[in-house]
Write a protein that binds this ligand. Structure first.
Ligand code: MN
Length: 256
């Protein structure tokens, strides 16, 4: 098994190396990750400039590492082009949960999506960030990764995209693992205004979470001190209530 490991917190993030180290139990590991923090970049790819890829020193003897001057999505695209026969992509371990609406903003999930789009079974893993003064515990998430790799059978039935979120707790305080659906709500964004010469400028930052705690969701599971595994797929259309008038297509077409 050849496993590509990437993230959106950047190649120096401790969560990335905790994940890579544990995955060496499951197979050959290659790290290819952004050269700096790229949180919030979703599935973005860099189209309008050249993207530099550099082989860098790896803290793990058996693991080759590459740094990319681009997004998590770029890292996966370039690695899949450079490497042959990647069996799985693992993205993370992100510092901070990626649940609810944040699944669509997350570079951690975005990198996994790029793997999935290319037919490679892909897993995003995130841990709730420690509160101020509290460290983030990557250990349980890292241990889970090779177990998942061994059990989900990368050559199995169909395309695979999993979004895994863990509470920031040691194993003895985690109650179990739930298969979940994506919840609603996410981190709010805070905007502060500044002034740069003649123009206004703004800083966008992450505020407090505004989560909805419906049962069966990723948010609910992690809130109950459980690990959440959400199977995703690339198709975003809704199967249920759309809140649109039933005659919308015919009325629109008539008025055209
Ligand atoms: Mn991140």
């Amino acid at each position: 098994m050849k496993i590509l490991v990437t993230n959106d917190d950047g190649i120096h993030a401790p969560g990335l190396w905790a994940l890579a180290a544990q995955l060496t139990r499951a197979g050959e590991v290659v790290v290819c990750a952004p050269d700096r923090e790229q949180s919030g970049t979703g599935t973005a790819i860099t189209l309008h400039r050249r993207v530099r890829l550099t082989q860098v020193d790896s803290p793990l003897a058996s693991v080759r590492a590459y740094s990319v001057e681009g997004t998590p999505g770029d890292s996966v695209l370039l690695a899949l082009r450079m490497l042959e026969d990647v069996t799985m992509v693992f993205s993370g371990i992100n510092r901070g949960a990626n649940m609810g609406h944040d699944v669509l903003l997350s570079g951690t999930v975005g990198a996994a999506l790029q793997g999935y789009f290319h037919g490679v079974p892909s897993v995003a893993i995130s841990v709730e960030a420690g509160r101020a003064g509290e460290s983030t515990n990557f250990e349980v998430a890292a241990r889970l990764a090779p177990l998942l790799a061994a059990r989900v059978n990368p050559n199995g039935a169909g395309p695979l995209l999993l979004n895994v979120n863990l509470p920031n707790l040691p194993l003895e305080r985690i109650g179990g693992i739930d298969m979940t659906r994506v919840g609603t709500g996410g981190y709010s964004t805070a905007i502060t205004m500044g002034r740069d010469g003649d123009s206004d400028d703004y800083r966008i930052s992450i505020g407090k979470p505004r989560w909805s705690f419906e049962e069966g969701t990723d948010i609910h599971a992690v809130d109950r001190c459980r690990i959440s595994i959400t199977p995703l797929r690339g198709e975003l259309s809704t199967a249920g209530e759309t809140f649109l008038p039933e005659d919308l297509p015919s009325a629109l077409f008539r008025d055209l």
